[in-house]
Unconditional design. Structure first.
Length: 479
């Protein structure tokens, strides 16, 4: 036994000399001590009394009962290591899908080689995305408070700030000079995983060489000393084309356009189409044929200004390239965002603003100008002590009324908002560990007579919004 122990000790010493490894465990969980909303359930879709064999009853609506729940947001084990020369390394992560479930979770990771200082080659992936340029506009705005559900996160800011490449394949990180970085990501592995995922997979040829390379991501980033940094990112995503499925892609088909209908779930505007028949129901003529382009490429521009003491400003623009198919075209919105963080020791404030403008669809020569959307969050915070901090987050999410002919009678301006004061207690260097707050919010959707389930906007526009509220607690720790 002593000999085995001695051998183990020697092996550990040798292994430690060959490579350095770090292992971390992250656990995050949150509960709602109580939560509820102002929504009601009624006995009739339009608030009128139901006609029965008995005399009609007075219309009634019943308020929702308060609830209490919780979730484990993260069970995660991460490991990373590299050799003594820093030329080879690897990263591994296992997520247990929130725990207390029948799912076995998922594993991600990558291995890398740095043959020269100017080049790093990486094979694999990771769930957090790489080459991200969100500044304060993304996860950094709320950080772990958003993960445990104490803060009301709004993920819309990915339209103007690049959130990172989260697929798996080959990364090339090229640094010809110190301030310049060129990143190339090709989804060899992610595309291969799609192949044959279903019996009649329309993407069965996703691994054709042109499809894989045409879904690459390219980024050029440059750091300007004492001023800030700049980056331009292009995610292609325009490889394979799929068959025109009359169920999934009716809007691309050669059909009549009727803009004044609503579906059973209340989604609007809904375009009603005749059944797709003939060759249009299954056209697929290769890479440059008449098949539907699944997603067009998207471009992001980013600038971070750090020249002002205690202040960091992030500016981002995002635009997805237009899409067209015979009698259909879609000009996607221009996304413009700005985020800032001011930190003066005990006091600080974060703010972010984004607008989506100039989105337009044309179907059978009929244009639909989609309404603008503006999102704004602000979060001042104050460190009462080294451990305790107080945060007060407020925000609005505004969508203008749709004034396009055929939509204006059913549309209304939606004003969503949140009010979210919370406190944090910190015992480790990387992030606070305890979170508690009050959360009040609405998405601005209106319901006639306050009744949930009435989804037809033509009826709802004179209704009221449902207000949600909760008293959340969260705990997170890493070791």
């Amino acid at each position: 036994m002593k000999k085995l122990i001695a051998i183990s000790v020697v092996f550990a010493l040798v292994a430690g000399a060959v490579f350095a490894a770090d292992i971390a465990v992250d656990v995050k969980g949150g509960v709602n001590l109580i939560k509820g909303d102002t929504g009601k359930d009624g006995n009739d879709a339009d608030g009128k009394a139901l006609l029965t064999a008995k005399p009609a009853a007075t219309p009634t609506t019943v308020a929702h009962k308060p609830q209490a729940d919780g979730t484990m947001g993260q069970f995660r084990i991460s490991a990373s290591g590299e050799n003594d020369d820093g030329t080879f390394g690897a990263f591994f992560r296992y997520d247990a899908d929130g725990g207390w479930s029948k799912n076995v979770g998922s594993a991600q990771g990558h291995a890398w080689w740095k043959p020269v200082d100017a080049l790093k080659i990486l094979i694999g992936g990771g769930p957090d995305g790489r080459f991200e340029k969100p500044g304060v506009g993304g996860w950094n705005f709320y950080q772990v408070a958003g993960d445990v559900g104490v803060a009301k996160e709004n993920w819309k800011f990915g339209n103007s700030f690049y959130g990172g490449w989260g697929d798996a394949g080959l990364d090339l990180i090229i640094t010809p000079i110190e301030p310049l970085e060129i990143n190339i990501a090709i989804p060899f592995i992610s595309e291969a995983m799609k192949k044959g995922s279903t019996k009649d997979d329309p993407n069965k040829d996703v691994t054709d060489v042109q499809n894989v390379y045409m879904k690459s991501t390219l980024q050029v980033a440059y750091n300007i000393e004492n001023i800030g940094s700049f980056a331009i990112t292009y995610a292609s995503d325009v490889g394979n084309k799929a068959k025109v499925d009359p169920t999934a892609y009716t809007q691309f088909a050669d059909t009549e356009y009727e803009p004044d209908g609503f579906d059973a779930t209340g989604a609007y505007p809904v375009q009603k189409f005749k059944a797709v028949t003939g060759k249009n129901a299954g056209d697929e003529e290769g890479f440059n044929g008449k098949g539907v382009t699944m997603n067009t490429g998207k471009l992001w521009l980013y600038f971070n200004l750090t020249a002002i003491e205690n202040l960091s400003i992030d500016i981002g623009f995002g635009y997805r390239l237009p899409q067209s198919k015979e009698k259909y075209s879609h000009n996607y919105p221009i996304a413009a965002g700005v985020a800032a963080k001011f930190d003066a020791g005990d006091f600080g404030v974060k703010a972010r603003l984004q607008g989506l403008f100039a989105e337009k669809e044309v179907i059978n020569d009929k244009a639909h100008n989609l309404p603008i959307n503006v999102v704004f969050d602000v979060q001042p915070y104050y460190a009462v002590s080294e451990a305790l901090a107080v945060h007060f987050s407020v925000g609005v999410d505004y969508t203008a009324k749709d004034n396009t002919e055929g939509y204006r009678d059913a549309s209304y301006a939606k004003m969503g908002f949140h009010v979210n004061p919370y406190v944090t207690i910190k015992s480790s260097w990387w992030a606070p560990n305890f979170y508690a707050g009050i959360l009040v919010y609405t998405d601005g959707t209106k319901y006639k007579d306050g009744v949930n389930g009435i989804k037809n906007p033509a009826n709802n526009k004179d209704g009221t919004s449902v207000i949600n509220w909760a008293v959340p607690l969260g705990i997170a720790f890493q070791f």
